[in-house]
Design a protein around this ligand. Structure first.
Ligand SMILES: NC(=O)c1ccc[n+]([C@@H]2O[C@H](COP(=O)([O-])OP(=O)(O)OC[C@H]3O[C@@H](n4cnc5c(N)ncnc54)[C@H](OP(=O)(O)O)[C@@H]3O)[C@@H](O)[C@H]2O)c1
Length: 397
């Protein structure tokens, strides 16, 4: 019998594909109960044939209808759709671990539902923790749900804590590659093309997180994620640029000892740690050769070059629904940038204006309640939506 039965949300994405690769490398240990995707029916179909899940979810009703017509596995797969379908596979009583690997705020409800049912949840979908991290962590401690950080930096910290987030670190250091433009002079930023922004030097990831890495909004979202996963105030979370992406993050303990987790930049390592937890799975991948790497560099982050990181820190300090609003605005702005609506340099400019508007509304007491505090999932969704609308209005202008 398999050790764990999995639901994989976002199976056709970069995280989902790497998760299934790890599953293939551990024959007999995992059973895939459900796969969930959005648009990539062709890949989903081939994953269904290979991993034989009982259920497949396609968010879009019409696409789900098309999948049903193809009768995958001779019609033995139940095809669900919409948010109800995502939630149903996240809470299925037969599932032990839910891999939250969808991109963006859409992952919030199924991830929350899985935590509510006390599941083990491997979280790659950082946006959900930015929207409602405090709610999720509190809920998990009530239901006994185990949150396993899959994002490489948070997974590194989790590993340094011996797989036990209750061991309080004194300080954590999140490392960042600096993205493709770390050596570019700022005068050239106005000419950055979408293709250049999508060409990450160290990691192969989905388009949204790749743009977030180029602006370093990704690291800002990760600070918020770390704040809730490890219960540390932002003043005890440091970000350093580490261009080799070999040290995935570090933990400093109260006696000053610092532990780091090192490895080649390959998401299958943190994924494997989450799937196997509390055990380490054998994983036959290229090994780190430090002589070949030669040197490990660390630099502080210049605010002028990476304003998005600092906007996220500002939102975290504002608290309440501000991080969710910034996340909603960022998703809207990144999607428009990928559609070539404006230059790269407009991304921080629009986001700064959204935060300015949020501050002004809070000061004038005209902001909706969800921006002041996030007490429910609906508040988080409301704050995220506020950010999207604010960004859309600015983009339209
Ligand atoms: N990639 C990495 O190395 C990495 C590392 C750390 C953290 N993360 C985080 O992991 C998450 C996923 O990133 P990614 O790079 O894997 O993104 P990605 O390659 O763009 O994949 C996104 C996945 O989400 C699915 N999806 C999107 N909207 C959906 C919806 N409404 N319903 C169901 N499925 C939906 C997509 O389905 P279709 O493909 O079928 O449209 C796809 O399977 C993000 O939150 C990211 O920040 C990623």
């Amino acid at each position: 019998m398999a050790d764990k039965t999995l639901t994989i949300l976002g199976s056709t994405g970069s995280i989902g594909r790497s998760t299934l690769d790890v599953v293939s490398r551990s024959p007999g240990r995992f059973r895939v109960h459900a796969l969930a995707a959005h648009r990539n029916l062709e890949l989903l179909l081939s994953q269904i044939e290979r991993y034989q899940p009982s259920v497949a979810v396609v968010y879009d009703d019409e696409a789900a209808h098309r999948l049903r017509q193809k009768r995958p596995l001779g019609g033995r797969v139940t095809v669900l759709s919409g948010m109800a379908g995502l939630v149903e596979v996240a809470v299925d009583p037969g599932v032990n671990q839910v891999v939250s690997g969808m991109v963006g705020a859409i992952g919030l409800e199924p991830t929350y539902a899985a935590i509510e049912r006390g599941k083990e949840v491997a979280i790659a979908n950082k946006e959900t923790l930015v929207l409602a991290g405090e709610l999720m962590v509190n809920l998990a401690s009530g239901t006994g749900s185990r949150l396993l950080p899959m994002d490489s930096e948070h997974n590194a910290i989790f590993q340094c804590l011996g797989g036990n987030p209750d061991r309080m670190p004194h300080r954590i250091v999140l490392t960042a590659s600096g993205g493709p433009f770390r050596d570019w002079p700022m005068e050239r930023f106005a000419d950055i093309t979408v293709e250049q922004a999508l060409d990450h030097p160290n990691w192969k990831m989905g388009p949204k997180i790749t743009i977030d890495s180029a602006t370093m909004m990704n690291k800002g979202l990760e600070v918020v994620e770390a704040r809730w996963l490890f219960g540390l105030p932002p003043s005890r979370i440091q970000v350093l640029i580490h261009r080799q992406s070999i040290v995935h993050s570090m933990v400093e303990f109260r006696d000053g000892s610092t532990l780091a987790q090192l490895g080649l930049p390959d998401m299958r390592t943190p994924i494997s740690y989450c799937l196997g937890w509390p055990e380490r799975l054998p994983l036959d991948l290229p090994r780190l050769d430090l002589v070949q790497v030669g040197r490990l560099d660390f630099e502080s982050v210049p605010e002028t070059k990476y304003p998005c990181l600092f906007l996220a820190l500002e939102a975290l300090e504002l608290g309440g629904g501000a991080p969710a609003a910034l996340n909603g605005a960022n998703e809207t702005v990144v999607a428009a940038y990928l559609d070539r609506a404006f230059p790269f340099t407009s991304i921080p400019r629009i986001l700064r204006e959204v935060l300015g508007r949020l501050r002004a509304e809070l000061a004038a007491s005209t902001a909706p309640e969800c921006l002041g505090s996030v007490r429910t999932v609906q508040d988080a969704i409301g704050a995220d939506r506020w950010g999207r609308e604010a960004a859309k209005a600015l983009i339209a202008n």
